[in-house]
Design a protein around this ligand. Structure first.
Ligand SMILES: [Zn+2]
Length: 259
């Protein structure tokens, strides 16, 4: 039993938090953003499936949603003549994402993590330490570019699991391109390696039969979230110089957002 609206609200917040942490997330990048990924699905387990892209008109405008194609008579989108295309899926462990803008969730949720500003080369980014399992999915790319990159790296290194990859996006809309760049080989951390046997089957995720991490794998994600504190003016675990955020810079940003 809960007594008092404070208790009730706390309980509700906790439930929502657990639900959102348990949900299977996809790696999503905006223009000029990049993610560091360790694949957890090897070459012989990569899934390629056909997905229909359905246009939906909402009060906010047009939206496109993706629907798995069963490729048989039971597919209602095939029956309607909706076009489809290939989508490739792998499980990945996303270490971090370099964003161009601060965490947009902060606007709605004061408890949402604030991403530290870091410098990489001559660029400044907002670094989201993800440190959790994510679905890596992509179309085949122009001329099968992304599909061929995966095939090439898997053949060259005899595995996709022996190193981290940088997945980078450039451009928007039809001008969007991605680049998959292998890093030097490195040992997979034990806690990451353990995920391989415990994640939900990729095939069921692709079909939409499973939408959440369950049991032990969800707990792994929970544990990781706690270590987000970052010291200012130091180097973080990934070797980035973390930039001290002065009040002046914050104000500039606030002003910029008003226009
Ligand atoms: Zn279909």
């Amino acid at each position: 039993m809960l007594r008092g609206l404070g208790e009730i609200k706390k309980n509700q917040d906790r439930t929502q938090e657990l639900m959102s942490k348990d949900r299977i997330n996809y790696i999503f990048l905006k223009d000029r953003e990049s993610a560091i990924i360790r694949f957890l699905t090897d070459g012989d387990e990569v899934i390629l499936a056909n997905f229909h892209t359905v246009e939906e008109v909402t009060p906010k405008g047009k939206r496109f949603s993706k629907h798995y194609c069963t490729q048989d008579l039971t597919c209602k989108y095939c029956a309607q003549g909706v076009s489809y295309g290939e989508v490739i899926f792998l499980w990945g462990y996303c270490k971090y994402i370099l964003h161009r803008t601060q965490n947009p969730r902060i606007d709605d949720d004061p408890n949402a993590p604030k991403w530290p500003r870091v410098r990489s080369g001559d660029q400044v980014y907002y670094k989201e330490d993800v440190n959790g399992p994510r679905i890596f999915s992509t179309g085949p790319g122009k001329g099968g570019a992304y599909k061929n990159a995966l095939i090439k790296y898997s053949a060259t290194y005899k595995t996709l699991l022996d190193r981290d990859y940088i997945w980078e996006r450039q451009g928007t809309g039809l001008g969007t391109t991605y680049t998959l760049t292998p890093k030097d080989p490195s040992k997979i951390e034990d806690s990451v390696k353990e995920l391989i046997g415990t994640l939900p089957p990729l095939e069921k995720v692709v079909k939409g039969e499973i939408i959440s991490l369950s049991g032990d794998t969800a707990k792994v994600a929970d544990d990781e979230v706690e270590e987000l504190d970052v010291e200012v003016s130091s180097t973080d675990n990934d070797g980035f110089e973390v930039i001290e955020e002065t009040d002046e810079e914050l104000e500039e940003e606030d002003i910029a957002e008003l226009f």
